[in-house]
Ligand binder design. Structure first.
Ligand code: ADP
Ligand code: MG
Length: 705
């Protein structure tokens, strides 16, 4: 019995006709479906297309694994075979031909039930048996002239649910019992009317009815579109609103002055002209840190686009205004490199820069901590050791995180807490070229600045694919570059969860390399994840100083290492790397003015995906294009930097397919909130109400970092 309840959507699922306590318990446990609203929002993931009748001759040409629906007369019903081979067979005949139907289960029961000579609708997959087509275990139903072809919803199910009769058919029955009781007023519209009109989208009520019980394919398509748009639109609304709230509520320090150090550096120390993109980003940041609100900004820029100098200049801005700055990098190698290069960059400025990581210990560490607390250190560079509790700043005004994708949300939050009363401004720098659509969602609560221009004079890196059998040619290339005074990297993949194997492959490679590049003419560095930080740093430094010509490494060098004289990157077992990793690795060369090369080595056996990755790398150096292919190949959940983000768990939308809807939804949400951030206009009342209800923000706040 379907009890009348004021708010039907809140009606407990248990009391819906045909459910009861046992099924209700299963629905709650397995699908978190507690009430009518929940089951209506659990959409089918595909449909069984019974919207067309095939003729038997047409059906015989349908591909494998596709289901067809036929109408015909049932003939020759007979039980055949004995014991385990016992089966029921029949023929279905229409004007175009005959098809054999066969059942191996429920034989006697079906034999009694089915009526020879009657017209049936048969639905099932065709099987090819010795060149003869048959249909095993078809669903049969007496044909009625009123039979309406349908699209039957298919729902996610589990063994537990199926056992309780909650397979797709069971679910369709529940929905059938619910829908007649639901009126349009129970599912009020939440999208402003002008947008529905503009995109010709059905109402929310219609869409939800149609997604469960589509009238036809067109109605289904509109319903899906509408619900995808709604989901993406609401997510964007919430992201932008939370950003607006943060800005209104969270005050930040004002860096009013463009002071002495910034200007001295800009006018006298900077050895080159900033690119247009760098200037624009510095300006965007300057405006924000001077507005009195808190900055939480992502700077996205391809490898080599010059993010570090932008970071440094913003740090000078903080220092000029009496604050300290911190720069956190994901690895010791990278952090130390930043420390070295920024110490050099700022050597003529009267500032104090120090380095801190887990390996800085004892008196040295104590001295740094003391000077930091006293405000005698202007810039502290290091690993996540920077945000550990004993590290106390006097007045941290700016925290920068390099290569964000290696850090979790936790570190970002920890940096926030490193100052009082106001949190430091936060700048996150990433070279992971995630597609814009994805960035908008994953980093939706951050402002985004884009450095979309490379410094002038860079030559496009030439990328080649070579098979293992051409190793000698590749070694010749290495020798040629070294003869020109350049350096080369040879990179081995990190073999996850098997460090032994990883080292073996590295050492074996090393032996072959040493044989072809013997001492003393050639000097080779080797760096891998198992080495002590000091030893790694020592080898990195030797390579950087040009004392060694070849750097053999595992992917520890992936992020941020800068040696402009290195012009050749050889990647071993390329097929084991993901696209974004390959792009990062390639970015280690092409940093000087010389022509650089990247050689992708692989075996002859490649998967389709592996081949596509290599082809993409050879075809383009554009990080965003590569990111798009990556998105297509792997789907959004696997793109680096997005895994931890629950933001990508959608109910119906799918970033791989719906990036255009997302872009439109983002723009619409932006437009609305730009003009009316509090949603005061009466035409936004329903939207406002929806955004403030529980259902809308279920899980929401836990999703947003
Ligand atoms: P990334 O964005 O990958 O971190 P870096 O900041 O390491 O890039 O910069 C790469 C190299 O380009 C560095 O050697 C840096 O000094 C140089 N560079 C940065 N900006 C410019 C510029 N505007 N003109 C010339 N060289 C630049
Ligand atoms: Mg960098």
């Amino acid at each position: 019995l379907f009890l009348k309840n004021k708010n039907l959507l809140k009606h407990p699922i248990e009391y819906v006709k045909g459910v009861g306590p046992k099924k209700a318990e299963a629905l709650q446990k397995e699908l978190q479906i507690f009430n009518v609203g929940d089951i209506l929002m659990d959409f089918p993931f595909r449909y069984v297309d019974k919207s067309e009748f095939y003729t038997i001759s047409q059906a015989k040409n349908v591909g494998e694994n596709e289901s067809v629906q036929l109408v015909g007369i049932l003939q020759n019903l007979q039980i055949m075979g004995e014991g385990r081979r016992k089966r029921l067979s029949a023929t279905l005949r229409d004007d175009t031909g005959r098809l054999q139907l066969v059942w191996f289960k429920g034989v006697t029961w079906l034999y009694d039930k089915l009526q020879e000579g009657a017209r049936y609708v048969a639905y099932g997959k065709l099987n090819d048996f010795n060149g003869n087509k048959n249909m095993p275990h078809p669903e049969l139903e007496i044909y009625k002239p009123t039979n309406r072809p349908t699209l039957d919803a298919v729902y996610h199910s589990t063994d537990g649910l199926t056992k309780k009769g909650l397979d797709s058919k069971g679910r369709r029955n529940i929905i059938r019992n619910i829908l007649p009781h639901i009126q349009a007023t129970d599912i009020p519209e939440n999208i402003p009317q002008h947008l529905l009109t503009q995109y010709k989208l059905p109402s929310r009520y219609d869409a939800i009815v149609q997604i469960h019980q589509p009238n036809d394919k067109n109605a289904l398509k509109s319903a899906i579109n509408r619900l995808k748009y709604e989901e993406l639109f609401m997510i964007q609304m919430k992201l932008i609103l939370s950003k607006i709230n943060r800005k209104n509520q969270l005050k930040g320090y004002c860096f009013e002055k463009v002071g002495e150090k910034f200007l001295q550096f800009f006018n006298h120390e900077l050895g080159f002209e900033l690119t247009g993109a760098q200037k624009r980003v510095i300006k965007e940041i300057r405006q924000e840190v001077n507005a009195g609100s808190h900055m939480n900004r992502l700077v996205q820029g391809d490898v080599g686009s010059g993010k570090t100098i932008v970071a440094f200049m913003v740090m000078l801005l903080a220092i000029d205004n009496g604050f300290q700055a911190a720069l956190m990098a994901p690895t010791e190698v990278l952090a130390y490199q930043h420390y070295k290069s920024l110490s050099e960059t700022g050597k003529n400025l009267d500032i104090s820069i120090e380095f801190l990581s887990g390996s800085v210990k004892g008196k040295k560490r104590a001295a740094i901590l003391e000077r930091l607390a006293a405000g005698e250190i202007d810039i502290l560079i290091g690993t996540h050791a920077l945000v550990e509790p004993p590290v106390i700043f006097k007045n941290l005004g700016l925290g920068i995180i390099d290569e964000q994708h290696r850090f979790g949300v936790k570190q970002r939050a920890a940096l926030w807490k490193k100052n009082k009363p106001l949190p430091p401004h936060i700048l996150v720098m990433t070279a992971t070229p995630i597609p814009r659509t994805l960035a908008m969602t994953v980093y939706g609560d951050l402002d985004i600045s884009l450095i979309d221009e490379l410094p002038p004079g860079r030559r496009e890196i030439q990328t080649l694919h070579k098979y293992e059998s051409h190793r000698l040619t590749v070694f010749k290339m290495i020798a040629d570059e070294i003869a020109k005074g350049r350096q080369a990297y040879i990179v081995y993949p990190l073999i996850e969860e098997n460090e032994e194997l990883e080292l073996t492959s590295l050492y074996e490679g090393m032996i072959a390399i040493e044989r072809s590049f013997p001492k003393p003419k050639f000097q080779i560095s080797m760096v891998h994840g198992r080495m002590k930080p000091d030893d790694k740093e020592y080898e990195m430094q030797r390579f950087k100083n040009g004392e060694t010509q070849i750097m053999v490494a595992t992917t520890v060098i992936e992020v941020g290492v800068n040696v402009p004289n290195a012009t050749l990157m050889v990647i071993e077992h390329t097929e084991r790397f993901g696209l974004s990793q390959l792009h990062q690795l390639r970015g280690r060369v092409g940093r000087g003015g010389e022509q650089s090369y990247c050689v992708l080595m692989s075996g002859h056996k490649l998967t389709k995906e592996g081949r596509k990755r290599i082809e993409t790398m050879v075809r383009t150096t554009n990080g965003f294009e590569i990111a798009d292919v990556d998105l297509q190949l792997r789907g959004p959940g696997n793109i680096e930097g997005t895994q931890q983000s629950g933001v990508l768990k959608f109910n119906i939308a799918n970033l791989k397919e719906d990036s255009r809807i997302l872009a439109v939804a983002r723009r619409d949400a932006d437009d609305i909130l730009k003009n009316d951030p509090a949603l005061n206009d009466s035409k936004f009342q329903a939207l406002k109400e929806f955004l403030s209800t529980d259902a809308a923000s279920r899980n929401w706040w836990s999703r947003v970092s």
